[in-house]
Design a protein around this ligand. Structure first.
Ligand code: ASP
Length: 437
């Protein structure tokens, strides 16, 4: 049985157990007139076992991110070998990331406006939500250069780490022959980190069960009913983007088979869904695009962490749908300029913010503050946001993989034989972790 199937089973069991806890607690309270059952499930299962296992797993994934990105990016730069090609890869991926994000949010606004989501809905009581201010462009630019690379690594700040790693790679290339043993050492370190990714991934079926069970147990089902319109439109546009827009982009720019791509991307999507973090999923995305899709590490080592930070199609879609939804509920007419501002703000905001859980809401509050929508309106969608975060993160990560594949193909750095082999890179779990003598 492949790991993806095992993770899927863990996920389904997690949904069932989580929902049973969510629904069973209040039922047991009602029938037995005692809170013993719900206290037990909350304290020992949800906040105890599930929380601990889930957090341990997320920590394990995050543990891999910085050393993996650092070593793979340096060996990637050395693999590309010339600055011109590096510049080309950088500008192509940046352009594609911005383009897909802009299309994502524009289509989200269009669909939500056509459906008229939130129109005629009475203003429900909203939870508290305070606005964040958008960082000025100057500070986004300044922060790309780390004043202290160790601090950037300690904080897991992706853009400065990418910057430092690329510069290290370029300097190694410039030193030339003398640095050959260093390159070799870094390539080995990269391989070691990839091995560590497989070790951590082997634990995924159990961890994913715990993560999903916890989210489902905490999700207010009644809230889901109230916000059904928002959830349906949002998930609809997310799926449309994944299956139509992104696959069209893949086909047009690379000529590769969308069906094969969708099959291969599944494990990265499952990890993204379970962790709700593009950053924590970097190790799995990197492994998926290199080993299952045949993207050369020299491209993937750059495009994947770069995409996890600056490319958020799913998050942009959430912002588009939420903007129309809340504008309609509050009876605010944003007009064409308002919506254009939303599109621009979302694209820019996605550059400066990292792919971590819940960051989409913070970006949304920046957008609202900019176009003058009431920020407390965000409180309305807060209750379902964790679930929506999971879905949109899966779309974010898929976008990163699409662009990585296109850029690799255009640079002649895609191993077509690997891409076309449906079995390439499939992990089966612990039995794959044999020792090499
Ligand atoms: N969780 C998302 C990500 O990591 C960001 C967000 O939409 O909140 O990509």
């Amino acid at each position: 049985m492949s790991l993806t199937i095992k993770v899927l089973i863990g996920m389904l069991l997690g949904i069932l157990v989580g929902l049973a806890i969510n629904v069973g607690g209040p039922l047991a309270n009602y029938f037995f007139d005692s809170t013993a059952f719900s206290n037990f499930t909350q304290v020992y299962l949800v906040d105890g076992l599930f929380h601990t296992i889930g957090k341990m797993f997320i920590n394990a994934l995050k543990m891999l991110v910085v050393p993996l990105v650092f070593f793979s990016l340096i060996s990637g730069v050395c693999g590309i070998g010339d600055l011109k090609a590096l510049g080309r890869v950088g500008s192509k991926s940046f352009a594609l990331y911005m383009l897909t994000t802009a299309v994502a949010i524009a289509s989200a606004i269009a669909v939500a406006a056509i459906v008229g989501i939130g129109e005629g809905m009475a203003l429900p009581a909203a939870a508290d939500f305070s606005a964040a201010t958008a960082p000025p462009l100057s500070s986004v630019l300044i922060d790309i250069i780390p004043s202290n690379p160790i601090k950037a690594m300690a904080n897991g700040d992706m853009l400065p780490i990418i910057f430092f790693a690329i510069l290290t790679g370029i300097s190694i290339l410039m030193v030339g022959k003398k640095a050959a043993s260093l390159i070799e050492g870094i390539e080995v370190a990269n391989e070691v980190m990839m091995k560590m990714v497989s070790i951590v991934m082997a634990a995924a079926p159990y961890a994913v069960f715990a993560l999903i069970a916890k989210s489902m147990a905490e999700l207010g089902l009644d809230l889901l009913g109230q916000l059904a319109g928002y959830v349906l439109v949002l998930v609809g546009v997310l799926l449309l983007h994944l299956f139509v827009t992104l696959m069209l982009v893949l086909k047009v720019f690379s000529g590769l088979s969308p069906a094969l791509f969708l099959k291969k991307i599944r494990s990265a999507q499952l990890f993204a869904f379970s962790t709700a973090s593009s950053n924590a999923t970097i190790p799995v995305t990197l492994r998926t695009v290199t080993e299952c899709m045949g993207v050369n590490n020299s491209i993937a080592s750059f495009t994947v962490p770069f995409g996890a930070t600056i490319n958020m199609d799913g998050t942009a879609i959430m912002q588009g749908v939420a903007t129309v939804f809340i504008a309609n509920i509050y009876g605010v007419d944003l007009g064409i300029t308002g919506y254009l501002t939303v599109i621009m703000m979302s694209v820019l905001a996605s550059i400066g913010t990292a792919g971590v859980p819940g960051v989409g809401l913070i970006m949304l509050s920046m957008v609202f503050a900019q176009v003058g929508l009431p920020v407390e309106g965000i409180g309305l969608i807060l209750g379902v946001d964790r679930l929506m975060d999971m879905v949109r993160t899966a779309v974010n990560v898929s976008g990163d993989a699409v662009v990585s594949t296109i850029v690799a193909k255009s640079e002649g750095k895609l191993d077509i034989a690997v891409f076309q082999d449906p079995q390439a890179g499939i992990v089966h779990g612990a039995e794959d972790l044999h020792m090499k003598s």
